[in-house]
Design a protein around this ligand. Structure first.
Ligand SMILES: *[C@@H]1O[C@H](CO)[C@@H](O)[C@H](O)[C@H]1NC(C)=O
Length: 253
């Protein structure tokens, strides 16, 4: 009794002395995952590609690698394609030095889901990536870029940071090729300027028209094409292990 009284007095005194409210890491206030919206290093461009794995992955990879750079793919589990049917593309991207992040399973608006449902949307992609390439992602891009405190709490429990963007090529919102190219030209002319760009792996015009224009333009301006992890100076994965043994009966969407 006496001990707990003393504890309360000391705590109150500390709070008064620092002028702070409850600590953010107190047990009843769940911590929130960090949200990254831009690169840290000036002169870096992190080109990211959402909604795959999809058919244009190799072409996007070749354009990046030919320019001496790498990009980041935020994969869904079951969106345009089922990730298990695209396992070769996932392996290809990983083997060619690109970073793999999670875009969650079925591209749902996570802000409409319960905690359990968010966990499930995240876990299903972690499981797929562990099985296919043996990694657990450290970064998650919420579908539509939408998140709330619950999404951040669940992400923190799952040891993943959120990645949004500060540059949108407009390829999922009806931007013309000319318009996307103009946006890239404008950002290239602002070098050095830390850029975290969102594109969509499922956009044919991004793969075959915008990137062949934008990548040389960014390079010529002096930008370095790096992964999200590189542009933040953090590890890309929580764990790197051995891929799982294929079992066609369980590896399904
Ligand atoms: C959380 O992820 C980081 C990499 O972002 C990793 O170094 C750390 O070991 C992970 N922690 C756990 C408990 O898995």
């Amino acid at each position: 009794m006496l001990a707990s009284l003393v504890f309360i007095v000391v705590t109150a005194a500390c709070a008064a002395a620092t002028g702070m409210g409850p600590r953010a890491d107190a047990p009843d206030v769940p911590p929130l995952a960090t949200v990254y919206k831009s690169c840290k290093n000036k002169g870096d461009v992190a080109l990211t590609f959402d909604d795959g794995p999809y058919d244009y992955l190799e072409d996007i990879s070749k354009a990046l690698v030919a320019a001496g750079g790498h990009g980041t793919f935020f994969f869904n589990g079951n969106n345009f394609r089922c990730i298990y049917n695209m396992a070769d593309k996932v392996k290809y991207a990983h083997a060619h030095g690109h970073m793999i992040g999670s875009h969650t399973y079925a591209h749902k608006d996570l802000t409409t889901l319960t905690s359990d449902q968010i966990h499930n949307e995240m876990w299903l992609v972690e499981q797929a990536l562990q099985r296919i390439i043996g990694v657990t992602p450290a970064f998650m891009r919420p579908p539509y870029g939408l998140y709330n405190d619950l999404v951040r709490q669940v992400s923190d429990v799952r040891n993943q940071s959120l990645v949004i963007w500060d540059f949108d090529s407009g390829d999922s919102t009806g931007s013309s090729v000319a318009n996307s190219e103009a946006l890239y030209a404008a950002v290239a002319s602002k070098h050095p300027n830390n850029v975290l760009a969102v594109n969509h792996e499922t956009s044919e015009t991004t793969a075959y028209q915008v990137l062949p224009y934008a990548i040389p333009k960014l390079k010529a301006a002096g930008y370095k094409l790096v992964t999200v992890a590189e542009c933040l100076g953090l590890p890309a994965y929580q764990h790197v292990g051995t891929p799982g043994t294929p079992d066609p009966n369980t590896w399904k969407c």
